[in-house]
Design a protein around this ligand. Structure first.
Ligand code: PHE
Ligand code: ZN
Length: 896
């Protein structure tokens, strides 16, 4: 056990208003990598609603205090300590000037002010501002900021901060300065500065009301050829928020800056968004279709925060989902609209399927483990550990349910009321819920449970058809099944679950729906409102026993339990008018088969797959009426992680054997079809990242991946080599390389080596592409004589590898530990030993990244006994050695 006490727990119930408020802040920076001096002049006043007492407790971390002055006069009554600065004997309103120093070049945490590629950047969310200056670093303290930056002009020609540039000029000794003013008050977590050698592409556009806006995307000079897509995405985002929500850009100038060392995806600092290069840089040679889509989504996400997050922010960090759930929902809708407009349901469904797949694979897993928490958590040790799939993705599902209940117009009315009531404020999830309720004349008291209860709800469905009465009864029961203790303790009662349902006749057509008590049928999809533990909904005038299409478009983040037969699933896969459920039917079919195969593999019994299952997938593969994008999604088998999660005792080796068996079976049985699809969807001509072209490439590359599974993958190797050489875009080149790596498991490593070497040489100067090179090798399948841990071990020593760059660490270490379960969970525990070593090494450099990696063992109790024991040993080793609050919270909760 570790020798120090467990770190303190922060509780939502303990929220208290700040004792002081800060009206304005003037910051002056003398930027020097080794020692930057910050002069912070604040106007403060006592908060009439805050706790009394003359003492001001400012937060500060890793700072060196230089001086304190009250109303311009040195003030001796202060004390700097480990967590900040206490200032005593203060009047009701005053000006406080604090000078302090920090060390950006030494800052490997990437929180606060740091240096990356010789340039200065900041990251303040959640609690990084206190690493820059002493402050009331909490989101309910909102102030007006003026920022003056001073630095050497040759080394740092560009000086940026939030808002508008109001002054710039020369200083002695080759230095220069820039002064920025942000006209909007903001919490400290939205502060940002950037200084260095950067260049920008620019556009000037007019916003809805006709005002001119300057848009810039800032990057290092060699990346200027990868900025167009981000700029287009920004313009599309601005237009979309005007059209869909009536929200206009409120600043004259909006900047995006790319940085290669970044802990997360991107950050919505007011007017100065800072992005991980991975989510801003893209051109056809270096970025895949997925990268293009991610850039669009993240640019949209950060831009949408300008209203949902910045204009209205969070009262405290327990309310994080207020901005994140809502903004993820907005970016999902934006991406769906960009795919299919607001009418092409099949195209929109592609985005929906991808989002639900991620939710089920990662958020459901989180909800089933020791880190389970409600969308609005009750407590935390380190807030950085709560930027989670639950807060983001389940939070977005909760927001989506308002739209499902009230329709797009009702949702818009709620948003309008939310802005009318709360613009300029720091508020809570309850405030958002009340705005939606009041705008739609509904009591949403029960709906609060979606914010307070953890765990994945399950809805069991029973149906009964009465042919004499022509009635069809659907009984829904909600429960949490056998869920994790961390989730169990939050559960108090039934949820309001919007359950969208359709009924399908024998001809494959939707039945018009008429509920008991209604005078006539209306529509073919109904959103049933399940509010009790159990409820029965009766449809009348039903001519024949229908097949239910349940939870259409995934109308609530729940698991549906219903015993379809394989034939029924095949029928739904062929006929459901709801594209999401059509996909879902195929996934259910595959999941059922794969779990049965897994059980046999675990018992070393022979494996076999029914021809009818192969036939169902063959129909999708050859159904030209379906879009290629949809077919690709329908033909990807559920992931190994998702399958393992469905087992009472996860057995990654058996899951892998089962899934590989089914892939090989589908490859072999449908070899001619895969080859035909490959040929048919191979396009020539210039690359375009449009939804249509993306869908063709996706299906073609899936065909190639299946062909690589054949015992004798000659076709795959030939096609992949040709595709690799001819590729005019990264999607095709990377897919070809991946296929060669897969084929190499049967054909021998030499099959992939030339392409692998070429790929490295070709993209040596493109770090984001080299990340792919590491990741593909870390995720490759092993074989009896080749363990991937050995490949990873060698790559750790590669000159291009470094733990200090989070993208690089993720590309090799996380790819192996979280995306290669069969190899990571090797029976000898070698994966876990590697994991422990890397968590410990990262902890000393960057606790946030270390804590993310630490989470890859949190479900240890759900594995087979032999693995469980080895995982516990590894967790204990980490628990005894790590220092950060971040990692300790994760491993201590896992072991508790
Ligand atoms: N607020 C950022 C987003 O979701 C995420 C983030 C959190 C970035 C913390 C950096 C640090 O858009
Ligand atoms: Zn966000």
């Amino acid at each position: 056990m570790s020798d120090t006490a467990s770190p303190a727990v922060i509780r939502r119930a303990d929220y208290a208003q700040p004792a002081f408020l800060i009206d304005s802040v003037a910051l002056e920076f003398d930027l020097v990598p080794e020692r930057t001096i910050v002069k912070n002049t604040m106007r403060l006043r006592r908060n009439p609603d805050g706790a009394p007492g003359a003492r001001l407790e400012l937060m500060g971390e890793a700072l060196e205090l230089v001086s304190v002055a009250l109303n311009g006069v040195p003030h001796a009554e202060h004390r700097a300590h480990e967590h900040g600065l206490t200032v005593e004997n203060l009047p009701d309103a005053f000006e406080l000037t604090i000078v302090s120093a920090c060390q950006p070049a030494e800052n490997t945490t990437l929180s606060g002010l740091y240096v990356s590629s010789g340039n200065f950047f900041t990251q303040c969310e959640a609690e990084g501002f206190r690493r820059i200056t002493y402050f009331l670093d909490r989101p309910d303290v909102m102030a007006i900021y003026t920022v003056t930056l001073r630095a050497d002009k040759a080394a740092y020609p560009v000086l940026l901060s939030n808002g508008n540039l109001v002054e710039e000029g020369e200083l002695p000794d080759g230095r220069h300065f820039a002064k920025w003013e942000d006209p909007f008050k903001k919490p400290s977590y939205l502060f940002a500065l950037v200084a260095g050698k950067l260049v920008a592409i620019e556009e000037r556009i007019r916003s809805g009301s006709g005002k001119e806006k300057l848009l810039q995307v800032w990057v290092e000079p060699h990346d200027l050829d990868k900025t167009r897509h981000a700029m287009d995405s920004l313009i599309n985002s601005i237009r979309w928020d005007e059209a869909r929500f009536g929200l206009e850009l409120d600043l004259d100038r909006f900047m995006i800056v790319a940085v290669s060392d970044f802990n997360m995806g991107a950050m919505e600092n007011k007017g100065l968004n800072i992005f991980n290069t991975k989510y801003v840089l893209a051109n056809p040679e270096t970025a895949t279709d997925t990268d293009f889509a991610n850039v669009e989504a993240v640019v949209g996400h950060e831009y949408f925060h300008n209203w949902t997050g910045n204009r209205i922010t969070c009262r405290d960090w327990f309310q994080l989902s207020l901005k994140e759930g809502l903004t993820v929902f907005r970016d999902q809708e934006f991406s769906a609209d960009m795919q299919g407009g607001d009418t092409d349901e099949a195209a929109r469904a592609v985005k929906r399927i991808e989002d639900v797949r991620a939710l089920r694979q990662f958020q459901f897993a989180e909800d089933a483990g020791p880190m389970a928490h409600p969308v609005r958590p009750e407590s935390y040790v380190e807030i950085n550990n709560f930027y989670t799939m639950t807060v983001y993705e389940k939070g977005a599902e909760v927001v989506r349910m308002y739209q499902t209940l009230f329709g797009r117009d009702g949702f818009r009315r709620g948003m309008d009321l939310y802005f009318k009531r709360h613009d300029g404020q720091a508020v809570t999830c309850d405030d958002f819920r009340l705005a939606l309720a009041d705008a739609n004349g509904r009591d949403l008291t029960q709906f609060e449970r979606w914010y307070s209860q953890a765990g994945t709800p399950r809805v069991s469905v029973r149906t009964a058809y009465d042919s004499a009465q022509r009635r069809y009864a659907v009984t829904l029961t909600q429960h949490y099944g056998d869920c994790a203790p961390a989730a169990r303790e939050t559960q108090t009662g039934p949820l309001l679950i919007p359950f969208a349902l359709g009924l399908i006749g024998r001809d494959g057509r939707d039945v018009p729906l008429r509920l008991e008590g209604e005078t006539q049928a209306a529509g073919t999809t109904r959103v049933l409102e399940l509010t009790e533990a159990e409820q029965t909904f009766t449809f009348v005038d039903v001519a024949e026993a229908p097949l239910p299409s349940l939870l259409r478009n995934f109308s609530a983040p729940v698991v549906v339990e219903y015993d379809y037969t394989n034939d029924e699933l095949a029928f739904l896969l062929a006929h459901d008018s709801d594209p999401f459920n059509r996909w879902e039917a195929g996934q259910r079919l595959a999941t059922r088969e794969l779990l049965a195969l897994t059980a046999r593999a675990a018992a070393s019994e022979p494996l076999s797959l029914d021809d009818s299952v192969v036939a169902a997938f063959a129909r999708v593969l050859t159904d030209e009426s379906l879009s290629p994008a949809f077919r690709e999604l329908a033909l990807i088998l559920p992931s190994e992680a998702y399958l393992a999660e469905q087992m009472a005792e996860s057995n990654p080796a058996a899951v892998h054997a089962a899934r590989q068996f089914m892939r090989k079976r589908l490859a072999t049985a449908l070899r001619a079809e895969w080859l035909a699809v490959y040929e048919r969807h191979t396009a020539s001509g210039p690359y375009e990242p449009t939804p249509k072209a993306t869908g063709h490439r996706a299906l073609k590359n899936l065909a190639l991946a299946y062909l690589a599974e054949l015992d004798d993958p000659v076709d795959a190797i030939r096609l992949a080599n040709a595709q690799y050489d001819a590729a005019n875009n990264m999607t095709d080149r990377a897919a070809a390389l991946a296929a060669l790596l897969a084929a190499a498991t049967t054909a021998g490593a030499a099959a992939a080596q030339p392409a692998l070497d070429d790929f490295y040489r070709r993209f040596e100067n493109e770090p984001l592409v080299i990340d792919k090179w590491f990741a593909m090798q870390a995720m490759q399948r092993g074989s009896l004589d080749r363990r991937i841990i050995d490949v990873v071990g060698k790559l750790m020593a590669h000159p291009a590898f470094t733990l200090r760059n989070p993208n690089r660490a993720r590309s090799l270490i996380f790819s192996f530990c979280t995306h290669n379960p069969a190899q990571f969970h090797a029976e000898d525990g070698s994966g876990y030993a590697f994991w422990a070593e890397q968590v410990i090494a990262l902890d000393a450099l960057n606790p946030q990244v270390a804590a993310r990696l630490a989470r890859s063992l949190e479900l240890w109790r759900r594995y087979t006994p032999a693995l469980r024991e080895r995982m516990r040993e590894a967790l204990e080793r980490v628990a005894s050695q790590v220092k950060s609050r971040d990692v300790r919270e994760v491993v201590e909760k896992a072991l508790a």
